[in-house]
Design a protein around this ligand. Structure first.
Ligand code: MF3
Ligand code: CO
Length: 255
């Protein structure tokens, strides 16, 4: 069931989104060679706590078959696409890091992710991250009344095809509000005009995930969370929480 949000609820979601955006800014500024993923996670935990919010991911357990997520952030390096567990891994020059953050404030969630190069980026990594960001921007632009989920999905797909990147299979965005994951699911590929019709008050987390090699398949590591590309090629991930409003798309997790 899709829940539409009132303007007052969207303002509350903006406050949660602001905490998420600030946290990602702090984390990406700290993401230098020599820093561990655990250190970045501790920084995020402290920042969210100081904002009087709570982390959405810590302890999250979608099914009984997976352990509770052990971090505040998902930190996904190089061939890790998403759901990377913050561990003792040390960041190195040239690593491609996705930082994904969720926080709840006033009963509402914000969810956002960015991909950044650690130290000096190689041009291929830069291109992959830029394309994924471009896909997110295209999806945001499609967040207008009377478009459909298929239009949003197709906007992402077209960017991936233009660059020759693979779209991670089985994964996509989601509705968001008082729960981190609400209906509808938002695929990263689809046909224009298909699916649920967008209306004012709909809030979605849009999250393109692109694979450098063009493949779409993946494996999940024995920790049951870390999702890596099947062929070891790199991936990028960007995410924003976005509301459909009468004045156009509103990015609730913008800085
Ligand atoms: N942005 C991710 C998602 O929407 C974050 C979930 S990570 C988890 O699925 F650890 F909470 F599962
Ligand atoms: Co999400």
């Amino acid at each position: 069931m899709v829940s539409l949000k009132s303007n007052a609820e969207i303002e509350l979601m903006r406050e949660a989104g602001r905490v998420v955006a600030d946290t990602l800014r702090v984390v990406t500024e700290a993401a230098r060679p020599g820093v561990t993923l655990k250190e970045l996670d501790a920084l995020a935990a402290e920042h969210i706590r100081a904002a009087r919010a709570l982390p959405s991911f810590l302890g999250y357990r979608p099914y009984a078959s997976v352990p509770p997520f052990p971090g505040v952030l998902c930190l996904s390096v190089n061939d890790v696409v998403v759901h990377g567990v913050p561990n003792e891994r040390v960041l190195r020059d040239g690593d491609l890091l996705s930082a994904d953050c969720g926080a709840i404030l006033g009963g509402y969630h914000g969810d956002s992710a960015v991909t950044v190069a650690v130290g000096r980026a190689d041009p291929a990594a830069e291109r992959l991250a830029l394309a994924t960001r471009e896909a997110l921007e295209a999806a945001i632009a499609a967040m207008v009344p009377d478009n459909t989920i298929g239009d949003v999905a197709n906007a992402v797909q077209r960017v991936a095809e233009a660059y020759g990147y693979g779209i991670l299979r089985d994964h996509g965005g989601h509705g968001i509000g008082t729960s981190m994951h609400e209906d509808p699911h938002v695929p990263n590929s689809g046909r224009p005009g298909r699916g649920y019709r967008l209306r004012e008050g709909l809030v979605l987390a849009l999250e393109p995930m692109f694979v450098e090699s063009g493949r779409t398949d993946y494996r999940i590591l024995p920790d049951r969370w870390t999702l890596v590309t099947a062929d070891g090629s790199r991936a990028a991930h960007f995410e924003h929480t976005v509301a459909v409003t009468g004045d156009g798309p509103r990015v609730l997790t913008a800085l």
